[in-house]
Design a protein around this ligand. Sequence first.
Ligand SMILES: [Zn+2]
Length: 264
Amino acid sequence: MKKFLLPVIILFFSCSSNRYATTNRQYKRQVKQLAKEIRHTPLDATKKTWVGTTNFGLRKPDLIIIHHTAQNSCPQTLQTFTTPRTQVSAHYVICRDGTVHHMLNDLLRAWQAGISSWGNDKDVNSSSIGIELDNNGVDSFTVPQINSLLTLLDTLKTKYRIPTANFVGHADIAPTRKNDPNVTFPWKSLADRGFGIWYGDTSNITVPQNFDPLMALRIIGYSLQDPGASVIAFKRHFETVNSDSTINPADEKILYSIMLESEK
Ligand SMILES: [Zn+2]
C-alpha cells in the first residue's frame, strides 16, 4: 500500500496547487505551434525569389477594449476562458478584489471582440487588447477593480503607445450585440487619467447648423450599420444613461464636443 502513497500525494498536491496546470500546458503547446508558423519562411520552397529583410519587429496592439464578463465570479470566467469549446477569451481578467489574471501574451490575438468595428478597423481582435472585468452586468464596479484597471491601462498605454482616444468598450465596437461595460462604468475617471476622450462644460457650445449627428458618430468611430444602436451605445458611454436612440439638443452638444476631441 505504502508505495502508492507518494504518487497519490504528488497528484493531489499538483491538482490543488494549480487547477489550471493542464490548460497552462495546452497554452504552451499552442504558442509553440504559432512560433513554428512565425519561423516558417518560403526558403524551403522550390522558389528562389525569397529575400528575407533584416528590418522588422513584432506587430503591436493599438486599441483597448473593456468588457464586463456578465458572469457571477472570476473562477467562472477563468473556467470559461480555459474551455476550448467556448471559443472566447481575453488578455486580462480583473476580479472584484482587484486581482489581475493575465491570460494571454499581449502580442497574441484573443477572441474577445467578435463581429465588430471601430472606425475603419473591421478586425478588432487583431489590433486590440481585451480586458474583462468580473461583473454580472448590473452591479457597480468595485474600487479595487478600477484601481487595478487604471494601473494596467497605464502600463499598456506606455508600453504600446496607445493613443488616448483608443480606449473603448465592447458596446462601442459592437453596439447591436453588446452592452458592456454596463452603464455604471466610470468612463470619465478613465478619461481624466488619459484613457479615452471626454468633454468639458457644454453650456457655451454652439453646434453648427449643418451638424450631422450620425456623421459625428462615424467620425468618432461608431459603425452606422444600425445608427440607433450606436446612439444608445454613445449615450451609455458618454452620458452614463441607458436610454433610447433619440438625440436631443443636449446630446448633440456632447456628440459635437466628443467629435472635436476625437479629431485632435
Ligand atoms: Zn464583452
